[in-house]
Write a new protein. Structure first.
Length: 222
């Protein structure tokens, strides 16, 4: 099985993160998937932004949840909606839930579009968010993200508890025992971050199924 290469917020090393330009660069760089972050505007639109507010990316203090889509367009016109990304990008999507309320807006979109549902892996650090997605759409593929991998048995237990098909631990501290335990339980493993070819080789040696990178434009894939 070939390694799944996922562009983290597109290609952050070459374009502004979580923008259509970044996602298109990921496609051009040969990514199998893009990873993006889901938040809600005050009027219930799913938009793509990692942080809760615009301070780091746009130098503005405004929180996304306090802005209508129209106002967000005025302040940060390069922040796309999820619908715009879906229309522009045809490869797989790791859709990370960052904010409360997203599952109840996202799942109806998946239900209405079988093609979209077939290429979206819903991910989160938040077990409750994944549990809500599973409640609304039991067939939705899910991925549980970890900052640092817990002990192998706990990694598996926590993944299975939220009906995940993927566990996504940080590469630091990840071992072959983690990967073997996950595989024995029927779980796939994606590691992050993978900034360069040396780290990619190390991840491959562990037997992971996928990697997430900011630098898809510079990685060499065998």
């Amino acid at each position: 099985m070939s390694l799944v290469l996922t562009g983290h917020r597109g290609v952050m090393g070459a374009a502004p993160e979580n923008t259509l330009a970044s996602f298109r660069r990921a496609v051009e760089s040969g990514c199998d998937e893009i990873e993006l972050d889901l938040r809600l505007t005050s009027d219930g639109e799913i938009v793509i932004l990692h942080d809760a507010d615009l301070s780091r990316t746009h130098g503005l203090p405004d929180a996304v949840v306090d802005l209508s889509l129209a106002r967000l367009r005025e302040l940060a016109p390069d922040v796309p909606t999820f619908a715009e990304v879906v229309a522009a990008i045809a490869i797989g999507i790791q859709a990370e839930i960052k904010a409360d309320g997203v599952p109840d807006v996202l799942v109806p979109m998946l239900e209405a579009d079988p093609d979209l549902a077939g290429r979206v892996l819903v991910t989160s650090f938040k077990p409750d968010a994944l549990a809500r997605v599973h409640e609304l759409r039991p067939t939705a593929p899910l991925g549980l993200i970890f900052g640092t991998a817990p002990e192998p048995a706990e990694l598996v237990e926590r993944g299975l508890a939220v009906h995940a098909s993927w566990v996504m631990p940080g590469l630091a501290g990840l071992t072959r025992d983690h990967v073997d335990a996950a595989h024995a339980a029927g779980l796939k493993v994606a590691a992050w971050p993978v900034p360069d070819d040396e780290t990619l080789a190390a991840a491959r040696a562990l037997g992971v199924d996928g990697v997430t990178t900011d630098n898809a434009h510079t990685l060499r894939r065998p």
